[in-house]
Design a protein around this ligand. Sequence first.
Ligand code: NAD
Ligand code: DAU
Length: 355
Amino acid sequence: MILVTGGAGFIGANFVLDWLSLCDEPVINLDKLTYAGNLETLSSLKGDVRHIFIEGDIGDRALISGLLQQYQPRAVINFAAESHVDRSIHGPEAFIQTNVTGTFQLLDAVKQYWIGLDVAGRNSFRFLHVSTDEVYGSLSSSAPAFTEEHKYEPNSPYSASKAASDHLVRAYHHTYGLPVLTTNCSNNYGPYHFPEKLIPLMIVNALAGKDLPVYGDGQQIRDWLYVKDHCAAIRSVLAAGRVGETYNVGGWNEKANIDIVKTVCALLDELHPRSDAASYAAQIKFVADRPGHDRRYAIDAGKIERELGWRPVETFETGIRKTVAWYLQNQVWVQNVQTGAYRQWVSKNYTDRSE
Ligand code: NAD
Ligand code: DAU
């Protein structure tokens, strides 16, 4: 079996759902159930003996060691993290706690477990760390996309904490020989994306008749990848990635934020027109920029394609259409994640952003 951390969050839950739809290898899913973790996303697995959910913290050394001994997984895939840049600006401490200290505790417990395996078990074991393109910092408009050789230049507390975790993972391979793999992926979108990130926030706000807050001039560029393509990339790296290597994962799909928002509006105009027949684009509002906002990310995903034959299946056009349709069809999920804590966050992040 495999142990997945953070499997009640956006990408982790998509990974678990896809994994169990493709094979019968059981998954132990360890998640702290922070504001971003949602068991409802996993409700289709209720009663499925292949899915063992454990509520807990990757920083809880005793818990992790116990789970490793009890279940003897052949791999650990670490999705668990604090993942929202804006939250890291308002409150960086949780990011250090989970992304740095938590990853360290997890790694160290895994190392102890791995040392105790027999030779065959040690050779086949993998620790796959799911990371981000944000560790590389920001690109100018003409710079080539990030390769795996790009220097680390993180700019936000979030990306700095992820960079620290990447370095720890690297060090555990270099120093102790732990068979690690790291993936650095660009912006994901798709089903079960928590509606405080750009694309789901725009869909949810548009349908609620609220402003669509675009930071700064809206010309910041992200490289968007449909979440199920990211999950497929992780499966490829787990199956055949070279130990100790990092693999960049991206969609070959750079878009300015304002164009993303306009695309979402156009799809909503088509699939769920406003009652007054005006475009949802009328709700776009430019607001104060994110402090330290990275201007451009772009991933060169050539290495994973050359070595492992992975390429995204979805184009942005097909992926964003599926995503908007999913949100329209899953309004109950959306309502259920908009708890009091969610509303408090929206108020904290957007109240002081003047036009
Ligand atoms: P998310 O915020 O939606 O989910 C994170 C999950 O981790 C939640 O279920 C949360 O409850 C859990 N968690 C948080 N702290 C924990 C802890 N201490 N112990 C156990 N569980 C904990 O994040 P996501 O968007 O699904 O991202 C998953 C991973 O992928 C993260 O490591 C993130 O850095 C990375 N990543 C995300 C993107 C993206 O676009 N969302 C892109 C590249 C990489
Ligand atoms: O690049 C990978 C990263 O992508 C992941 O590592 C992070 O976990 C993930 O959250 C995401 O980070 P971003 O900061 O790029 O995502 P977010 O959806 O928060 O913002 C996307 C862009 O949209 C960014 O340039 C900020 C802008 N934005 C965001 C929000 C929430 C707005 O203009 N308005 C908004 O209200």
